[in-house]
Design a protein around this ligand. Structure first.
Ligand code: CUA
Length: 337
């Protein structure tokens, strides 16, 4: 942002100037009152110092007017922090619509990224300028944290669940990405770059790195090799297990009568801990796949299930998936990565 003030990183996302404005406002108010109070204390110390050893101070009666004033004014100031802060918070943490989705897996000590179209990257993330990018993140080991100072975004990456954050870069450039959660010996080395590109350059980059299996297609491969097909059907149309077509994003009614939204976390849990939420009308027969799939593979399965809910199941793939109509007793192949 301002090069004369090196503590402020570059401002390169749609929320960064908002975050800065709030930050400067809070800092300004804090500095103002610190100086004011320090000044008044100094003044009183001198003005009302004891002038002779036998002086007895005059007792002070309370003043309701003063008490009210110095309660109400700080309350109003604190509420401006709260209201403005809440506004920026909601802007940042409301899930992004129509965003490019990127899967992020942290591990000691690197960042692995995979685009919906299959491109993989390590410690480097290419994104287009002026588009919302949503990061769907998890970790293979310790807690990490994706921090991109120039975008003013930061979110923990927690074992066993998905967290998300999004940004929309406003100018092309190369920006630092740091791990901001102490995660062991090489925590300080767990960093990378976000490369923000003009849309055409980004398209070129994507096509230059095409030909890798998309996460949805890889997920389809796992769906078959892990034997999911035998209960959920060759085309995920259902069988002994619930149909998976159209399930992502929908409200699922559970056997206890409660319901759950089938988001990424729900799909993940259904694979690792199927007994946690049983869809109504089905028995608790699904085995857990805990320990059989890596975090990356899980994301691929999630991506496949998500692809079943968009207009065309294979829309996101860059490689045609295996033929759709396969017998449900597919031989178990080793999972493709
Ligand atoms: Cu990963 Cu610190």
């Amino acid at each position: 942002m301002q090069s004369w003030f090196p503590f402020i990183p570059e401002s390169a996302s749609t929320v960064s100037s908002e975050v800065d404005a709030l930050y400067f406002y809070i800092s300004g108010v804090t500095v103002f009152f610190t100086l004011l109070i320090a000044g008044i204390i100094t003044f009183f110390v001198i003005r009302y110092r004891r002038r002779n050893p036998f002086e007895i101070p005059r007792p002070i009666e309370g003043s309701h007017k003063l008490e009210t004033l110095w309660s109400v004014i700080p309350l109003i100031i604190a509420m401006t922090f709260f209201v403005w802060g809440a506004k920026v918070y909601f802007q940042m943490y409301r899930p992004a619509q129509n965003a490019i989705e990127v899967y992020v897996v942290g591990k000691q000590w690197m960042w692995k990224f995979q685009h919906a179209t299959g491109q993989r990257e390590i410690n480097e993330l290419h994104v287009p300028v002026g588009r919302k990018v949503k990061l769907i993140m998890t970790t293979e080991d310790a807690i990490h944290d994706v921090f991109i100072p120039a975008f003013r975004i930061k979110a923990d990456v927690v074992p066993g669940k998905y967290t998300t954050e999004w940004f929309e870069a406003t100018k092309p450039g190369r920006y630092h990405l740091f791990c901001a959660e102490y995660c062991g010996m090489n925590h300080s080395g767990m960093r990378g770059f976000v490369e923000v590109m003009e849309p055409t350059a980004y398209e070129n980059w994507l096509s230059g790195n095409a030909g890798q299996t998309s996460p949805a297609a890889a997920g389809r491969g796992l769906y078959e090799s892990l034997g999911c097909v035998s209960c959920h059907g060759a085309n995920a149309e259902g069988g002994r297990g619930p149909a998976l077509i159209g399930v992502y994003g929908s409200k699922v009614v559970l056997s206890g009568g409660q319901s759950a939204t089938a988001d990424e976390g729900y799909i993940r849990e259904s694979v690792l801990n199927p007994q946690a939420k049983i869809v109504t009308g089905f028995g608790p027969i699904m085995p857990s796949f805990q320990g059989q799939v890596s975090e990356e593979q899980l994301l691929q399965v999630v991506s496949y299930v998500k692809s079943l809910s968009t207009a065309k199941p294979e829309a996101a793939t860059s490689k045609p998936p295996p033929p759709a109509a396969q017998p449900s007793a597919t031989p178990k192949a080793s999972p493709k990565r």
